[in-house]
Design a protein around this ligand. Structure first.
Ligand code: OAD
Length: 272
């Protein structure tokens, strides 16, 4: 495993040569847009809770208003922020490969829509979407108006989730995957197929803690596909990588795009 702070000739050549690329992203890719990652300390009404305390079915049943308001407020925040250069680089790389007859598959654990707003097509939202809702009892999808929060200021009061307009029995919940819940199988299978077919796998902005998403890039080991991590910190996945690019995705993904499009790299510094 090689640790770099900027891409080198080897990584540049991988990016330039690969006709099929799989990119797995996590909360870190949206951090530079202003969306807090899951391991950051919570604020306001939620300062005593970790994201893991809130993202479970038990938490929702114990205190539906607390969990519901947290998601609705995060939804407001995501609406107010914009994609950053990391999202844009992925979208441009995807377009470049598509035009050249290749393919770049975006697989994300994020429930935001910043990849799409940057112009990328997402193959798999492994953990669902914060903009979709369904009933806890009958699973009917629910349409809701946009929440009325200031995304940058945590609300001072909670609001209860609406009851299901279809069955009247259940509560409306966000269509995100909570801890302990199954991932959507079609999304996971499509992601696994894309990783197996890839000639280069990029893992950006994920701590690699949450399974089964974190195991996906390791499928590339079967074929010896180059694995590149983009993250300012070492993660659970770092040891399995060929190269760890240590830095923010908003700086490093544009370097990969540059290499894929034009070849070469803007500079190089090997730290380990
Ligand atoms: P985490 O919050 O666990 O990890 C965020 C990662 O992003 C960390 O490894 C940071 O070092 C990294 N990071 C921070 N800033 C970055 C930057 N500018 N550029 C690149 N990386 C940066 O987020 P996930 O790995 O996505 O699941 O978490 C996985 C899942 O756990 C989430 O989808 C969610 C969560 O609880 C559910 O809600 C089920």
């Amino acid at each position: 495993m090689k640790v770099l702070t900027t891409i080198d000739d080897e990584v540049s050549a991988w990016a330039q040569r690969a006709r099929r690329v799989a990119v797995l992203t996590g909360a870190g890719i949206s951090a530079e847009s202003g969306v807090p990652t899951f391991r950051e300390v919570q604020t306001g009404l939620w300062e005593r809770f970790s994201a893991e305390d809130l993202a479970t079915e038990e938490a929702f049943h114990l205190d539906p208003a607390r969990v519901w308001t947290w998601y609705r407020w995060r939804q407001s925040l995501i609406r107010e922020v914009a994609p950053n250069p990391g999202h844009t680089a992925i979208a441009q790389w995807q377009r470049h490969l598509t035009e050249a007859g290749g393919r770049l598959d975006v697989i994300t654990q994020n429930v935001d829509d910043l990849h799409e707003r940057a112009g990328a097509e997402v193959l798999a939202h492994l953990h669902g979407s914060i903009f979709a809702f369904h009933c806890t009892a009958c699973s009917a999808p629910a349409e809701l108006p946009e929440p009325d929060y200031d995304g940058f200021t945590p609300p001072e009061q909670t609001e209860s989730p609406p009851s299901c307009p279809v069955c009247g029995e259940g509560m409306v919940r966000p269509s995100v995957v909570w801890f302990g819940e199954m991932l959507p199988m079609d999304a996971f299978d499509a992601a696994a197929e894309a990783v197996r077919a890839a000639e280069l796998i990029v893992v950006a902005g994920t701590s690699g803690i949450v399974q089964p998403a974190a195991s996906l890039p390791l499928l590339g080991l079967e074929r010896g596909t180059p694995l590149v991590e983009v993250n300012p910190e070492a993660t659970e996945l770092s040891e399995a990588m060929d190269v760890c690019l240590r830095g923010p995705s908003g700086q490093l993904l544009p370097q990969l795009l540059h290499a894929a499009t034009w070849g070469g790299q803007p500079g190089r510094t090997t730290t380990a």
